[in-house]
Every structure is written in structure tokens, then in C-alpha cells.
Design a binder for this molecule. Structure first.
Ligand code: FES
Length: 106
């Protein structure tokens, strides 16, 4: 199981093991990570799972599809490295993957 690091806007970080096949959002929900609410349960309809992906990782993961890009536009304070954590599938390739949660989502 890869270790995923979640950092909040105050720079507090938690590193947890997330099972392959789950999403980065599901790993957060199962481990009470603040700042990721995932109100829609992963159906890409809420943007409350919005995260900023560390630059070194952003280009390594599959690019966001158009529907995700549209939903990110509705997220709070989107940036160039914004993604919806419910659309990032965990695999061994994500060992060390790191995301930061937006301040206003906390
Ligand atoms: S959980 Fe709602 S868009 Fe990701």
C-alpha cells in the first residue's frame, strides 16, 4: 500500500497508507483527513474533495478529463495544480504522493 501525504493549509501533514484501487479522496475520508469532505461521494458533482497536487506529481498522474476540469472551475480557489481527489486512483506508482487541501475547505 502506498503512503499518501495530506497537508492542510496550516502545513500540518498526515501520511497514511491507502489501499490500491481506492481514490485519494477515499483514503482521506477513511482516515478523517480534514479539508476533504467529498459531499457527493465521488461522483464529481461537488468539488469538496478539491486538492492541490505537489508539482513533482502533477505531471505524473493521468490528466483530468473535461468534466473534472469543469468541476475544478467551481471549486474554491482553484490553481494550476488543482485536482479532484476523488478522480485520482491509488496505485503503487503513487508511493509518496502528496496533496495540500485548500484553506476554505477546512
Ligand atoms: S467527491 Fe464530490 S467531486 Fe469529488
Amino acid at each position: 500500500m502506498p503512503k499518501i501525504t495530506y497537508i492542510d493549509y496550516q502545513d500540518n501533514s498526515k501520511t497514511i497508507e491507502v489501499a490500491n484501487g481506492l481514490t485519494v479522496m477515499e483514503g482521506a475520508i477513511q482516515n478523517d483527513i480534514s479539508g476533504i469532505d467529498a459531499d457527493c461521494g465521488g461522483s464529481m458533482a461537488c468539488a469538496t474533495c478539491h486538492v492541490y497536487v505537489e508539482k513533482e506529481w502533477f505531471d505524473k498522474i493521468p490528466k483530468a478529463e473535461e468534466a473534472e476540469v469543469d468541476m475544478i472551475d467551481m471549486a474554491i480557489e482553484p490553481k494550476k495544480n488543482s485536482r479532484l481527489s476523488c478522480q485520482i486512483i491509488v496505485s503503487d506508482d503513487l508511493e509518496g504522493f502528496t496533496v495540500t487541501t485548500p484553506e476554505k475547505q477546512s
